[in-house]
Design a protein around this ligand. Structure first.
Ligand SMILES: *Cc1c(COP(=O)(O)O)cnc(C)c1O
Length: 404
């Protein structure tokens, strides 16, 4: 089925049966106000120009595409190209939506950011955006995450952000998210609540996809320029909630003959095994249709929306939900999901580092692992992989646990 980004979501924020906004009446009204405001400015020339300026002069865009020649030669199959989102300021694609959120919040007259973060990458990106736009910023983080990701806590604090460590529950993202949303509900009139991926109540999935679409737009032009006007055969990205994937895919989705492949986290499991709850974060493979966190999508959750535990070696993938647009694209067959486990991701982390001198984030290593798995059996093809972030944050953890 032909899918055009411009046709989705519908006016109620749905992609087929996925999406929408299921909050308290008061919060639904606030999200409706955000939606009305966003639909007004999203095509406004001034907003677009301001964002362009920030992308170029603050973030360091455009990020290049690198042809991974050594890795390609080593694998002896498809040619692998990398979209270098690791070169964004603060180290990942997350700054693409963080800066745009900041600009929207500022234009709405908000003075404070309230958000939650798992590994701390979204928190660091929002802390940078808050500093840039001169806004107050409270970031909620689970106790376990805050200990594991201490350098990111320090980064946020240095940039003037107030980090609130949440002791409840398992001390992870889902607990931090409950605490941050409760704080936001009490103070929403002056606050903005940016969600860290292409998920949540409408209009957030659309906003994040739009804000990330710069990745696909640049990549399409750059890839054509590098290959005498050709397009890649396969475009590959990792999916936690779906922001970097929707960003890159949006640039190629109109061409039905370009395959879009998503890698999700199989964690400690192996391909073809029966599900072991709590040992993976493969929401597209094992998730069910649920209403969780204020929207409908595939999720690892009980029937009443209570989340089940998720796990991945990559903290940024350790989440039980999936963006509604991706769930719909899976349903109509436009995107194929593949699950990549911890071991495959760690191998890809080392392989890219050694072959190209580029240390990828463990999240991005899942996309890379999928490309590396498929490359030998697809000679003559070209694969474009979203290298969503850099691996500096993971070095200590990898060396302590998987030293090779
Ligand atoms: C957060 C993160 C991801 C996963 O989030 P998406 O919204 O699915 O993109 C992937 N890669 C990196 C580097 C991240 O920080």
């Amino acid at each position: 089925m032909k899918y055009s980004i411009n046709d989705f979501p519908d006016k109620n924020g749905f992609y087929g049966k996925y999406g929408g906004s299921f909050l308290s009446p008061e919060m639904n009204e606030e999200f409706q106000r955000i939606n009305d405001f966003y639909q007004r400015i999203r095509n406004d020339a001034e907003f677009i120009d301001e964002l362009k300026y920030i992308r170029k002069h603050y973030q360091g865009r455009p990020t290049p595409i690198t042809f991974a020649k050594n890795l390609t030669d080593k694998l002896g199959g498809a040619a692998i190209y990398l979209k270098r989102e690791d070169l964004n300021h603060t180290g990942a694609h997350k700054l693409n939506h963080a800066m745009a959120y900041g600009l929207v919040a500022k234009k709405m007259g908000k003075t404070k950011i309230i958000a939650d973060t798992g590994a701390g990458q979204h928190g660091v990106a929002m802390a940078a955006a808050a500093a840039y736009f001169g806004m107050e910023c409270d970031i909620y983080m689970g106790k376990i995450d805050a200990e594991k990701e201490a350098p990111n806590v320090d980064r946020m604090k240095i940039m003037g952000t107030n980090v609130i460590v949440v002791e409840d529950g398992a001390g992870k993202l889902i607990d931090a998210a409950a605490a941050s949303f409760a704080a936001y509900e009490k103070d929403y009139e002056r606050c903005f609540y940016p969600i860290g991926s292409a998920l949540g109540p409408a209009p957030i999935p659309q906003m994040v996809r739009d804000f990330q679409s710069i990745v696909g737009k640049e990549a399409r032009e750059q890839f054509a320029e590098m290959t005498d006007g050709k397009m890649p055969n396969k475009v590959i990205a990792v999916v936690g909630g779906g922001s970097n994937a929707m960003g890159l895919f949006s640039g190629f989705i109109d061409n039905d003959d370009i395959e879009l492949l998503a890698a999700e986290a199989l964690g400690k499991m192996r391909e073809g095994e029966e599900e072991r709850v709590g040992e993976h974060a493969a929401t597209a493979t094992f998730g069910e249709f649920r209403t969780m966190s204020g929207f409908k999508s595939l999720a690892l959750a009980e029937e009443d929306g209570t989340p089940k535990p998720a796990y991945s070696v990559a903290s940024g993938l350790d989440y039980p939900g999936l963006g509604p647009e991706l769930a719909y694209l899976k349903e109509i067959g436009r995107i194929k999901f593949n699950a990549i486990n911890d071991e495959e991701a760690i191998d890809a982390f080392y392989d890219l580092s050694k072959a190209e001198g580029i240390i990828p984030a463990l999240e991005s290593s899942h996309a890379l692992a999928l490309a590396m798995k498929m490359a030998p059996s697809h000679p003559g093809e070209t694969f474009l992989v979203n290298l969503s972030g850099r691996g500096d944050k993971d070095i200590e953890f990898v060396l302590n646990n998987f030293d090779k």
